[in-house]
Design a protein around this ligand. Structure first.
Ligand SMILES: NC(=O)c1ccc[n+]([C@@H]2O[C@H](COP(=O)([O-])OP(=O)(O)OC[C@H]3O[C@@H](n4cnc5c(N)ncnc54)[C@H](O)[C@@H]3O)[C@@H](O)[C@H]2O)c1
Length: 382
């Protein structure tokens, strides 16, 4: 899955296995769109509404499996080129994520350029909704960094292809419950693959970041009989967990967490880039499985993990509970139906590990191959 830079800079490049990302130079963007082998985006729409100050980019990477689905990132990009590059990278990532989640959706993503604290207004969101609506359902939007359920409620007033709305407006609301459930299924699959039994009973699991997703994950782990170690930079987040579960161990920071003796599983649930040249060599865990997006800091880290005998459950596979939820919202949200779909993350993760073993590649590469296969099969059926 591509690494969409949160702080894109001119000339930024990163690549992730089969999915090479786009540089932020205008040459890089156009080259990727029309000429390079990593290109293949179907459609990119540049949107401007002068009255509200909206500048947005909507990118559709691949719609072989169905309409592109992915959130709207609202971010103060350093340049328009950086915004286009991010939209291209993120939309490609959504093609892979949606394919592996078993959804009938392709990859799409939008970015709105600017500081949401400064320029986000109702007028701007309505204008954005009209642009999304103009695509006639080829792109379905949702929340991402800088956009929230309340914003999607506004966008939905102009556009029926909007998910991530509040329950009062027909939406499914907070997606972190199912995201945590999906990550837990990924962990159970990791345990099954490595130790021959899906239970986490007696396993020591470290959760870095006990925010919306992390604290629900802790509940699943405790219920299953795991021993849980946590860390978070926010004291309130830590307290919310320890007030309810005094048996949980707290360590000072992620540096300490990844070195905990006897740690079986490390779950990054805060920011991206958790797996890097500093952390991988000192990790005590045998498994990495967490909710954070873009955990691999750069290409090659997945190989470093493999070389150290650490099993990595690809982030975009195990954290798909959220996208499964927003896709379901299009059909009238049903929590139980959605939970059943999210439970399949267990089988998908096992399938990825099996394929990785069979083909002698890291699980991240096997995941990419399975996603590409599903997209190719859909294309062939057309
Ligand atoms: N919410 C979802 O449905 C969803 C879906 C897919 C992926 N994700 C990804 O999962 C991760 C967590 O999402 P969330 O919704 O729980 O976010 P959140 O902001 O609610 O929680 C993140 C937590 O991490 C803590 N944190 C930040 N920096 C830290 C650090 N250096 N060390 C330790 N803790 C730190 C924060 O204080 C916060 O409590 C993000 O990477 C997000 O992109 C979330």
């Amino acid at each position: 899955m591509p690494i969409g830079p949160l702080h894109p800079q001119e000339g930024f490049t990163a690549s992730y296995l089969g999915v090479t990302t786009v540089t932020a130079s205008s040459d890089g963007v156009l080259h990727t769109l029309f000429r390079s082998e990593q290109g293949g985006h179907e459609q990119v729409v540049l949107c401007q509404d002068r009255a509200s100050g909206l500048k947005a980019v909507i990118a559709l990477h691949n719609t072989d499996l169905g309409p592109g689905l992915g959130g709207t990132r609202f971010y103060p990009y350093e340049s328009e080129e950086a915004a286009v590059a991010d939209a291209l990278n993120l939309s490609r990532g959504m093609s892979y994520k949606n394919a592996l989640a078993g959804l009938d959706h392709g990859g799409g993503k939008a970015v709105i350029i600017g500081d949401p604290e400064l320029i986000k207004t109702e007028e701007l969101l309505l204008a954005y909704g009209r642009f999304v609506a103009s695509l006639g359902g080829r792109y379905v939007t949702a929340c991402d960094v800088g956009t929230y359920v309340a914003d999607m409620d506004v966008v939905a007033r102009e556009c029926r292809w909007t998910t991530g709305r509040s329950p009062e407006n027909g939406g499914a609301g907070d997606s972190s419950v199912l995201t945590a459930f999906g990550v837990f299924q990924g962990m159970r699959a990791s345990a099954q693959h490595l130790w021959g039994d899906p239970t986490l009973r007696g396993r020591r699991v470290g959760v870095a970041g006990v925010g919306k997703v992390g604290h629900y994950l802790v509940e699943h782990l405790l219920e299953d009989g795991a021993e849980v170690v946590i860390t978070d930079v926010r004291e309130e987040s830590v307290r919310r967990v320890t007030d309810r579960h005094p048996q949980v161990t707290v360590v000072a920071d992620t540096e300490a967490l990844i070195r905990v003796e006897g740690l079986d599983i490390y779950a990054p649930c805060a920011l991206g880039g958790a797996l890097n040249d500093e952390s991988v060599p000192v990790l005590t865990a045998s498994v990495v499985c967490g909710a954070a997006n873009n955990q691999l800091a750069h290409p090659g880290v997945e190989k470093d993990l493999q070389d150290r005998g650490i099993l990595y459950a690809p982030d975009y596979v195990v954290n798909a509970g959220g996208v499964i939820q927003v896709a379901d919202e299009l059909h009238g949200f049903d929590f139980d139906r959605c939970k059943k779909k999210a439970a399949k993350i267990f089988d998908t993760t096992l399938q990825i590990f099996a394929r990785a073993k069979e083909e002698g590649v890291p699980p991240a590469a096997a995941a990419d191959r399975i996603a590409e296969q599903r997209m190719a099969e859909a294309r062939a059926r057309r």
